[in-house]
Design a protein around this ligand. Structure first.
Ligand SMILES: CC(C)(COP(=O)(O)OP(=O)(O)OC[C@H]1O[C@@H](n2cnc3c(N)ncnc32)[C@H](O)[C@@H]1OP(=O)(O)O)[C@@H](O)C(=O)NCCC(=O)NCCS
Length: 155
């Protein structure tokens, strides 16, 4: 069932959530949609998050983390736990993120139906297809999604 925004909280990605983010980043149903596929150790995650945690946020539902979103160099990454897909959490995360990083954009694998639907439904506009390099050296077709200029959005 679809959640209302009032049922969720958007909180900073403090240390308690770093392993949750790692689990989603590397999980069998979720990890495959990221460009970087390499396994991430707990220690690597700690090192990375110490540097970047301020750019990441967590969706909380009934006191538990259910998804994360982040923007590094205006490049968005977002993931929701599979148990909670299609309840509006992805949309909630992107809407909140864009209030803090209004110029961020997303690169989404073309085959990623859910990822592309999420950005379409939150007002992003799809640009040309590009080829993105993965950490295994492969090139995969990706759709680039950007939000129209805020001034145009309000016009
Ligand atoms: C992409 C992802 C974050 C979506 O999260 P979610 O919480 O299920 O998304 P929402 O419930 O907020 O849905 C947002 C929109 O996408 C649509 N959507 C979601 N999953 C879909 C699917 N599998 N097929 C078609 N549309 C889908 C919803 O219908 C909704 O559209 P609407 O607002 O017009 O009704 C989630 O599928 C996920 O974590 N995937 C793995 C990671 C990933 O692909 N990240 C994106 C690239 S970084």
């Amino acid at each position: 069932m679809r959640l209302s925004q009032r049922q969720m909280q958007f909180v900073p990605c403090t240390e308690d959530y770093w392993e949750f983010v790692r689990d989603l980043r590397t999980g069998p149903e979720t990890g495959k949609w990221f460009l970087q596929q390499a396994q991430i150790t707990s220690q690597q995650q700690r090192t990375y998050m110490k540097l970047h945690w301020r750019n990441y946020f967590i969706a909380i539902l009934e006191a538990r983390p259910v998804g994360f979103v982040g923007s590094i160099d205006n490049d968005i990454r977002v993931c929701v736990h599979p148990d909670h897909w299609r309840r509006g959490i992805g949309r909630f995360l992107i809407t909140e993120l864009m209030q803090r990083f209004p110029h961020a954009s997303a690169r989404v694998k073309e085959r990623n139906e859910a990822g592309n639907a999420l950005f379409r439904s939150t007002g992003f506009v799809r640009g040309s297809t590009t080829s993105s390099r993965t950490d295994t050296g492969d090139h995969v077709p990706t759709a680039v999604w950007t939000l129209p200029d805020p001034a145009l959005r309000e016009a």
